[in-house]
Design a protein around this ligand. Structure first.
Ligand code: DGJ
Length: 743
């Protein structure tokens, strides 16, 4: 593993198990250039030529007359602004004169074992044996600005974490107007960009398109990661697909406004930048102060998108999620949202709990509507006191009765919001984010709390903690149901208003940190109107995130496929709900809904007291299935085999147990059609020279698995294929179980 500084070549070499990342210093000027990122190089001799400093435009040292030609072509490791590089800059600083030029050059570096935490921000981590960090100090003496470029490499994962810390080492105030987390310049072999886009209830659908000259970006200005775009971009080289070819992945560990951009320039090279969205961002940096950017994860895979997926899954499982639930079974929950919406009371919840407990469900989650006068979504956010009209005697008796049924209890909060119709708003109207003199835009009839303010965070957390201390509450769903608009904080001076978007995110992170410290055994599930804030940043606080408000099994295929391209299955909140589905009105078999939800954290979100006898009879079978396979699904190696988004016909993926003894193949056929052959998918990660017995998961009484009589070798299954029969009817799903036979 590790990081080396090659004295003679003046190059940094960063190695992960299968990749090498190289940077070089151009002496005299101290420009730091990107040399190479890709397949591991055992020997880097000659690599510095990749900087092209031996050809025109030569370095300013040899040809200062054409300094701007050099600056506009050199592959900068962190790009300047306003001095001759006309590509996307990495940083922009407004100085005391009102000017904005920046040019950072190399000063010194430091390599150390381990990795420091980023103050106030989520970040990947690892022990001194697992990760090594390089910090490169760059400086702009004219501004008195220092930038510490940080690179951490992992011994067990093909991932590099980058971030930047700025320090004002001068005597005058500086305004950081742009502070990207990374810049990467490399030749463009004809990359396609792969991004995830969507909408409410249609999160994270995959899109692939060629990048051409000019700029292609994904971004948000909604104050949260958003349903619409995801803080991720991959660049796939020509011919790269799921299984082969070169893929570069960029994933921001951040939950607010972001920008990730690929720019192809006149020389057909590409510059990738990623970080906080510069629009509406301006951070005041007084002398002596510093600013830390969020972290971005870089991956390189020579084995297509699948290789990137494996790296990200490993990284997030082993070096990002901190929850004690990471490697633990998650209780099978039932959430009352789609069952009752706001219309529930203690009796209704207990009816649901009783029925659920008898069917093997392990936790009742009481969703929105239990507090203040919250009889609909027009009021009460901010008043986190139990509504005793609905829950007589408060939470204590309810939770006790639920515990007596052998079930755990969980609760919903939306801590970042305030309703106009609330006690809190009557007392503190200035706690809502708003522009002075302008009525802020309502969304879901609510405003956003200014959680950049300590007193606001304290007041909300005090209420939340009081509720959580009042009963045996073991799970919290932390929701966030509207984007930020009308940015203005009553507590910030005019020259700091540009900090609000980021301060909001820092405030939210701080609240989540305090919550999990106060309740270290709490199972926290993040949510934002479904999956509007599903990002690596939030995984630092919660091991699972509600994937989407769309619980329809077919809609979920695409959402879960794209989410699983980046995130382990154990992070994806997935529930079985009723039909016709509340979002799309579709009817799918109960069995299929169960199989699709099993690919995530698994739970129910329906009125179980009103379920048909046939569906109800299936619940104990489904919960038994979860008990049998939750370890494998949570800890296993995930492989995508076929994509419904691509083939418009069926979905298929595979999960292999870490010891390779058991494999599950999930197969969902969306529409049936006439006159079709069976399908073959090539399985992955099996062993050659080993045979596997194929069983079918069954919902029938008796054993969970039915032997199909099929046995096949690893090589047959991987290179020949695994047969999936056309299923009778639409929306049919099957799960196959493969067991490695003894030698
Ligand atoms: C949005 C969430 O995604 C839903 O699951 C539910 O909790 C509602 N909010 C409640 O308002």
């Amino acid at each position: 593993m590790g990081i080396r500084f090659l004295e003679q070549e003046r190059m940094f070499a960063l190695d992960t198990p299968n990749t090498t990342y190289l940077m070089g210093i151009v002496d005299r000027e101290g420009f730091l250039g990107h040399v190479y990122y890709g397949k591991k190089l055992g020997d880097v001799t000659g690599a510095k030529e990749l900087l092209r400093t031996l050809e025109g435009p030569f370095t300013p040292e040899t040809n200062s007359r054409d300094r701007s030609s050099f600056l506009d072509a050199f592959p900068f490791e962190y790009a300047s602004h306003g001095v001759g590089d006309f590509r996307e800059s990495s940083v922009r600083v407004r100085d005391a004169n009102g000017c904005s030029a920046v040019l950072l050059t190399y000063r010194s570096h430091n390599i150390y074992k381990g990795k420091h935490a980023l103050p106030g921000l989520p970040a990947v981590f690892g022990s001194e044996d697992q990760v090594e960090t390089l910090e490169i100090l760059c400086e702009d003496p004219c501004l008195g600005l220092r930038a510490v470029l940080s690179y951490s490499v992992f011994e067990d994962t093909d991932a590099i974490a980058r971030s930047v810390r700025f320090e004002n080492a001068g005597g005058a105030v500086l305004y950081l107007e742009k502070a990207m987390s990374m810049c990467l310049d490399m030749d463009n072999p004809g990359f396609d960009a792969i991004t995830l886009h969507g909408s409410w209830a249609r999160e994270r659908h995959m899109e692939r398109k060629p990048i051409g000259h000019g700029r292609f970006s994904v971004s948000t200005l909604r104050g949260e990661t958003s349903h619409q775009e995801h803080c991720f971009m991959a660049l796939a080289a020509p011919g790269a697909d799921r299984d082969k070819g070169e893929v570069y992945g960029f994933h921001l560990v951040y939950s607010g406004n972001f920008l990730i951009q690929a720019e192809v320039n006149q020389f057909d090279s590409v510059r990738v930048t990623a970080g906080i969205q510069p629009e509406d961002f301006c951070w005041k940096l007084s002398p002596g102060e510093s600013f830390q950017t969020p972290e971005v994860i870089l991956t390189y895979s020579a084995a297509g998108l699948g290789g990137m997926t494996t790296s990200l899954h490993h990284l997030y499982r082993n070096h990002l999620i901190r929850s004690p639930y990471l490697h633990q079974k998650r209780p099978i929950l039932i959430n009352n949202w789609e069952a009752t919406y706001f219309d529930f009371d203690e009796k209704k919840l207990l009816d649901i709990a009783r029925e659920s407990a008898s069917l093997g469900i392990e936790m009742l989650v009481m969703d929105d509507g239990w507090f203040g006068n919250r009889f609909d979504d027009n009021r009460a956010l901010g008043d986190w006191r139990v509504n005793e009209e609905k829950l007589k005697g408060g939470l204590g008796p309810l939770v006790r009765q639920i515990n007596e049924l052998g079930m755990k209890f969980g609760i919903w909060f939306e801590p970042e919001m305030i309703s106009e119709e609330s006690e809190l708003y009557r007392q503190h109207p200035d706690w809502a984010i708003a522009v002075p003199g302008r009525r802020p835009t309502l969304s879901r009839n609510q405003y956003v709390l200014d959680i950049s303010r300590r007193e606001v965070r304290d007041c909300i957390l005090e209420q939340v903690f009081a509720v959580l201390h009042s009963a045996n509450i073991e799970y919290v769903k932390w929701d966030m149901n509207r984007p930020l608009t009308d940015l203005g904080s009553a507590a910030l001076p005019a020259d700091r208003q540009g900090e609000l978007y980021h301060r909001y995110v820092l405030g939210m992170y701080e609240m989540q940190e305090r919550l999990i410290r106060e309740f270290p055994n709490l199972l926290l599930e993040n949510c934002s109107g479904g999956g509007g804030r599903f990002d690596p940043g939030m995984l630092y606080y919660s091991p699972q995130i509600w994937c989407s408000d769309d619980t329809d099994a077919v809609e979920r295929l695409a959402i879960q496929e794209s989410t699983a391209m980046l995130y382990p299955l154990s992070t994806m909140g997935a529930h079985v709900s009723v039909c016709p589905n509340h979002t799309v009105g579709r009817n799918t078999p109960f069995e299929t809904r169960g199989y699709v939800a099993l690919a995530g954290t698994f739970g129910y979100e329906l009125d179980i007291t009103a379920l048909s006898p046939e569906d109800k009879a299936m619940v104990p079978r489904q919960t038994a299935l979860y008990h049998r396979f939750h370890d494998l699904i949570r800890e296993g190696e995930y492989y995508r085999l076929s994509s419904y988004q691509e083939n418009h016909s069926f979905d298929c993926f595979q999960v292999n147990s870490p010891d390779g003894r058991e494999i599950l193949v999930f197969y969902t056929q969306v529409l049936n059609g006439p006159a079709r052959h069976s399908r073959f998918v090539r399985l992955k990660g099996l062993e050659e020279g080993v045979r596997y017995r194929v069983s079918l998961v069954t919902m029938e009484e008796g054993a969970l698995l039915r032997d199909t009589g099929r046995v096949a070798s690893g090589e047959t299954l991987m290179y020949g294929g695994f047969r999936l029969e056309q299923q009778w009817g639409d929306f049919r799903s099957s799960i196959f179980h493969l067991e490695r036979l003894a030698d």
